[in-house]
Design a protein around this ligand. Structure first.
Ligand code: URA
Length: 164
C-alpha cells in the first residue's frame, strides 16, 4: 500500500476511542523513501493542533540532536506508534497501541527505511518488519530531562549517524 493511502486511512480512523478527544490524527511526515524513520509514542497538544509530529518541546530537543549529528530532519520520516493524542496526555492503553500499530507496520513497508529508531518504551512495542534494522532509545522528552538518559540518547544518535 502507498504511504498516501495509509495516511488517509489514519486520518479517518475510528478503531479506538482516541479520535474522540483529538482535533486530528497525526500520521507522520517525511519523504516516502526516507532511509531513516523515527518513531515516538503519540502526539501531544501542539502536534494535535497542527497535524505534524514532534513540533513541541520534545521535537525541538530532537531537532537539536539530529542537527548535531548532521542528520537532516527533512530527510527523515518522523511518526508515532499511536497517531492520535490521548486525554490529559496519558500513556496510550494496550488496546489503543494494538489498534494503531498495524498502521505503523504499513508505513514501514511503504517507506522501506534502512533503520527505524524506536524512541521510548511505548514505541519499543512497534511491529518489526523483516529486513529493517531497529534501534531502541529513550523518548526525547525523557532524554531532555534526565542527564543519564540524555547522554545515552545522544550517544545512540551519534552511533546512528555512522550507520547511515
Ligand atoms: N511526543 C511524541 O511521542 N510524539 C510526538 O509527536 C510529540 C511528542
Amino acid at each position: 500500500m502507498a504511504l498516501a493511502e495509509v495516511n488517509e486511512q489514519i486520518k479517518n480512523c475510528r478503531k479506538c476511542r482516541l479520535w474522540q478527544d483529538a482535533k486530528q490524527a497525526v500520521p507522520g511526515e517525511g519523504p516516502d523513501n526516507a532511509k531513516l524513520m523515527l518513531v515516538g509514542q503519540n502526539p501531544g497538544a501542539e502536534e494535535d493542533n497542527t497535524g505534524k509530529p514532534f513540533i513541541g518541546r520534545a521535537g525541538k530537543f530532537l531537532n537539536k540532536v539530529l542537527a548535531k549529528n548532521d542528520i537532516r530532519r527533512e530527510e527523515v520520516f518522523v511518526t508515532n506508534i499511536v497517531k492520535h493524542l490521548s486525554p490529559e496526555n496519558r500513556k496510550p492503553l494496550p488496546d489503543e497501541i494494538e489498534a494503531c500499530a498495524p498502521y505503523l507496520e504499513t508505513q514501514i513497508k511503504a517507506v522501506q527505511p534502512e533503520i527505524v529508531v524506536l524512541m521510548g518504551k511505548v514505541a519499543w512495542l512497534a511491529p518489526r518488519v523483516e529486513g529493517v534494522t531497529y534501534m531502541e532509545t529513550y523518548h526525547p522528552s525523557a532524554a531532555m530531562r534526565f542527564t543519564k538518559m540524555k547522554k545515552r540518547f545522544e550517544d545512540d544518535f551519534n552511533r546512528l549517524k555512522k550507520l547511515l
